[in-house]
Design a protein around this ligand. Structure first.
Ligand code: SF4
Length: 746
């Protein structure tokens, strides 16, 4: 129990709260007296963190009442970006925002209002419900980079996407572009415990990461060449007879076509594309296929390679299938949605959005897997087999770069308003110059935030949002898993802060949606979700205090009872769903968005391969740069390059360097490390400088070290299935910052 609080003091309550600073949502105990949080610590009874909190989790008290927090609704009174605000009431803000949105809908149609979101730590179903009732299909997140394309492609192949790993009895774990040694504290502890018991660990990562250092095999792959590796693994596993013939015969369709398809994708073929040796490719494929059961941990790096992303997800999914590592003990589990509690999808009111509005979703004509065409088909199949569909928020969204282009060009139609919640698109979305131009051009922008971020600074209204200790939360993994973890608010929101749920509900009420929002508080809504679980509780808080978790009994090999949620009810190695949507039914080889083989002229000018987007402690995406104790741990942006490559460019440790792609350049400091291939550059994401002038054009230095300036959202560089853009595997050059070149405009 708390080290700093005398629990014998009268009136101290212990609240079961959660950390909100990354997706792990670790359990927190908050010690509260007279409506004030006295201290927090990790909840020892929480199944994931078991009492631990990382450096981010431990700054919750600093975050709660930080002097830079937005505490009152703000209305812009000066020029956009000038930082002149008037404090107003919530009622005034919501009335004026509702009036403006209604006018835009009358003049341009509901689709002219879009929303941008961030990581899933808000009530996304509430945002979706609002948008469905308002009539717009144009909600989006950074979901295209964050597992959602993987979910949809894998669901097309075997009817759901493994989210839950049954690691306990696994014999081999593949971490594909994942570094839980930095990004997932509870995960890495568990993996290390299992490793001591004999778990084989394969880490695929261009960098010799904290996790790679613990691996049995480390594959230092060329960034963006994951598809070539996955195809070669399929080749080895099939042609060396390491597949599971019982499973492929009985439960898969298209094995013959797949075997023929991968005949040429040998390790010899893949070695030059991946920069791995033939032996590394063969040995690692054998290690995965022969140590069964095994897992390929879910992760997001493949979602971020742009053009080859969809095919790479497809090929990776086939690896699980042909080895039979699906839904058996110790493998990757297809839990399906929960049939016991009300899922997010059931709260979204997707049936309220008319078909003609769905058809207007921006990007759905080009990128069909995570927009209405693909989602409708997947939802139909999963409802037939599982009884429920995956959540539409995240899985079925407008294509963000295309929305930004629509703001600038009015094509395919005008987008006039953007509601931003829990994100800072200038630092977190791709191709920053495009995003920034759109945010400056959009007629009306509202941002719900903790801080005055660069994006908030360009807004017409900024609304103060409650943080982790001020709000309850349910973690049910986007509705993709069947368990549920529940937490309560430690205190009511301070100052004039509100839950994002209340923002969407109250705005909806102002726009005539009252009947569709029967839950006045977020606890009322959560109670409606958990009530069918049958715990006999009278309120959501009572559920948290007495139960807190719901883990259903594990049922393995559910496919034997219900089949796979595909048209054939089998694993479709040859995918009829992808084929029907106009995509290749087997994964073709597609090179990285920019590469030395297909683009020799670009490679001549930009000789390094860039990888961006990796998580870096102590930050989460573009968050926490204001928190001094965290900034102390990482106070300046450091890119990584090999000392041998640096020496050729006369770059020394700590020098400021430019990293430049065809799209622009950024400035970071050089960290010289043997842990990276001499041909590769790594840049951390998210950087901005809240201590600088936050007014336009400085906007907290949001263009100076922001790696998203280097990425590409060009349609041709995007994955044709999902539209995910290229964050990794692009070509770049590096040179020292000098007084002269600093003056050059780029
Ligand atoms: S930031 Fe750290 S403490 Fe908080 S949820 Fe994530 S891993 Fe847990």
């Amino acid at each position: 129990m708390s080290k700093n609080i005398d629990l014998q003091q009268e009136g101290i309550q212990v609240k079961k709260s959660a950390c909100y600073f990354c997706h792990q949502n670790c359990g927190v105990l908050a010690y509260v007296k007279d409506g004030k949080v006295l201290d927090i610590e990790g909840d020892p009874d929480f199944p994931t963190n078991q009492g631990g909190l990382c450096c981010r989790g431990n700054i919750a008290m600093d975050h709660l009442d930080h002097p830079a927090r937005v505490n009152f609704p703000l209305k812009r009174v000066g020029e956009r970006g000038a930082g002149q605000w008037q404090e107003i009431s919530w009622d005034q803000a919501l009335t004026e925002i509702a009036e403006k949105l209604a006018n835009i809908r009358d003049e341009f149609g509901a689709e002219a209002v879009a929303t941008a979101g961030g990581t899933q730590r808000t009530d996304d179903w509430a945002r979706r419900r609002f948008m469905n009732l308002f009539g717009s299909p144009n909600g989006f997140h950074n979901s295209h980079l964050c597992w959602i394309p993987t979910f949809m492609v894998e669901t097309a192949i075997y009817g759901w996407c493994p989210f839950d790993l049954d690691l306990g009895s696994s014999r081999c774990l593949v971490l594909w572009g994942q570094n839980p040694g930095v990004s997932g504290m509870p995960e890495i502890h568990h993996i290390m415990e299992l490793k001591e018991k004999g778990l084989k660990l394969i880490v695929i990562d261009p960098r010799y990461s904290e996790t790679a250092a613990k691996a049995d095999m480390w594959l230092p792959i060329r960034p963006g060449s994951d598809l070539a590796l996955a195809l070669a693994w399929l080749h080895v596993i099939i042609y060396e007879g390491l597949f599971d013939p019982e499973f492929t015969d009985e439960w898969c369709v298209g094995f013959g076509e797949l075997a023929e398809h991968v005949a040429d994708f040998s390790p010899e073929w893949a070695a030059p594309l991946t920069w791995l040796t033939e032996e590394q490719i063969r040995e690692s494929a054998i290690m995965y296929a022969s140590n069964k059961p095994g897992n390929i941990q879910w992760g997001t790096s493949i979602d971020q390679i742009g053009k080859p992303a969809g095919a790479a997800m497809h090929a990776r999914a086939l690896l699980r299938a042909i080895t039979g590592n699906l839904d058996v003990p110790g493998s990757d589990l297809l839990t399906g949605p929960s049939l016991e509690y009300v899922t997010d999808e059931e709260m979204e009111a997707n049936d309220q959005l008319p078909e003609e509005q769905k058809a207007k979703q921006i990007g759905s004509d080009k990128f069909k897997m995570v927009t209405w065409p693909g989602y409708s088909r997947i939802a139909e199949l999963t409802k037939e087999v599982w009884g429920k569909a995956p959540t539409a928020e995240w899985m079925c969204e407008a294509h963000p770069p295309s929305v930004f282009r629509a703001i600038l060009t009015e094509k395919p139609y005008p987008v006039k308003a953007l509601l931003v919640s829990a994100t800072n698109p200038i630092n977190s979305y791709g191709e920053t110059k495009l995003t920034l131009a759109a945010l400056k051009a959009v007629e009306f922008m509202v941002t719900c935030e903790y801080w005055l971020t660069p994006t908030a600074m360009l807004s017409d209204y900024v609304l103060p949002i409650a943080g982790a200790l001020e709000r309850p939360t349910i973690t049910s993994s986007y509705g993709c898993a069947d368990f549920l973890l529940a937490s309560q608010r430690a205190i009511q929101p301070m100052y004039e802060r509100r839950n994002d749920y209340n923002f969407w509900r109250d705005l909806g009420v102002k726009l005539g949606q009252k009947e569709m929002w029967p839950w006045e508080t977020v606890e009322d809504a959560y109670f409606a979700k958990i009530e069918p679980l049958g715990y006999g509780v009278e309120s959501y808080d009572e559920f948290v205090e007495n139960h807190r978790f719901h883990f259903p009994e594990r049922e393995y090999q559910k496919y034997k009872r219900i089949g796979f949620a595909t048209p054939s009810r089998k694993v479709e190695l040859y995918s009829s769903t992808l084929e029907a949507l106009g995509y290749p039914p087997l994964p073709p080889y597609i090179g990285p968005a920019e590469n030395e083989t297909d683009d020799p002229e670009i490679a001549a000018e930009y000789p390094f391969v860039l990888t961006t987007g990796g998580g870096h402690m102590p930050y989460h995406h573009s968050e926490h740069f204001q928190i001094k104790t965290l900034r102390f741990l990482s106070h300046e942006p450091y890119m990584s390059m090999n000392p041998a490559a640096a020496a050729k460019l006369s770059i020394e440790e700590g020098d400021w360097v430019w990293i430049e792609t065809k799209r622009g350049r950024i400035k970071q400091k050089a960290n010289l490390t043997q842990a990276i291939d001499p041909r590769v550059i790594f840049t951390p994401r998210g950087w901005w400088y809240p201590e600088r002038d936050m007014r336009d054009p400085e906007l907290g230095g949001c263009l100076e070290s922001n790696t998203n300036i280097l990425t590409s959202c060009d349609d041709d560089d995007c994955d044709p299935m999902s539209g995910s853009w290229a964050n990794r595997g692009l070509l770049c050059k590096v040179y020292k910052v000098t007084a002269e070149n600093e003056k050059e405009a780029k």
